[in-house]
Design a protein around this ligand. Structure first.
Ligand code: ADP
Length: 165
């Protein structure tokens, strides 16, 4: 059985992430979306919330599941028996970073293959950070994230706005 991990922050999972995961799910038997719990980024959601949103988004896809992890990604891959690490590429700046990540991964885990998927054109400029900024400014995010994610982002934005300065 071919097992692939798809690691990332997923703060939150977008339709771009989903597009990549579904492309991978057509090729590999089992995809494990790995939600890294403490990335060095400003986060909107806790690890549990990010996992929950991702679970809801993939609940109808039988060979995609979600787990959180807090160790090195290569160790997470070993733990779940994955031989492939999936990442996504967008039109803009992803290549340099993904290339560095691949080279580091090859050093640390020579048996783990890194495979990048290109998402569909409509998701090529979509990022979690841009999406959160649009939501915070009152823009419509419904086309960019699964419905449960849209709901969660709107609720979080509303609580942030209510907080006193
Ligand atoms: P990380 O913090 O590890 O970059 P992200 O959650 O931002 O985690 O992204 C996880 C992976 O998904 C990365 O490989 C990223 O390039 C890719 N990705 C994110 N958004 C898109 C998109 N719209 N289309 C294709 N790939 C994407």
């Amino acid at each position: 059985m071919s097992i692939a991990i798809y690691p990332g922050s997923f703060d939150p999972l977008t339709n771009g992430h989903l597009d990549v995961a579904m492309r991978a799910a057509r090729i590999f038997d089992r995809i494990i979306i790995g939600v890294y719990d403490t990335p060095s980024k400003k986060l909107m959601f806790s690890p549990e919330e990010r996992v929950e949103m991702a679970c809801q988004a993939v609940r109808d896809i039988p060979n995609i599941e979600v787990q959180s992890y807090s160790v090195l990604t290569v160790d997470f891959a070993r733990k779940v028996g994955a031989t492939v690490m999936v990442r996504g590429l967008r039109a803009s700046a992803d290549f340099e970073f993904e290339f560095e990540l691949a080279m580091m991964t090859y050093q640390m885990a020579p048996d783990l293959q890194m495979i990048c998927f290109l998402s569909a054109p409509q998701y090529q400029f979509l990022s979690s950070s841009l999406l959160k900024e649009v939501a915070q400014l009152g823009g419509n995010i419904d086309d960019w994230v699964p419905a449960p994610v849209a709901q969660a982002v709107k609720a979080r934005v509303a609580t942030i706005k209510r907080r006193p300065l």
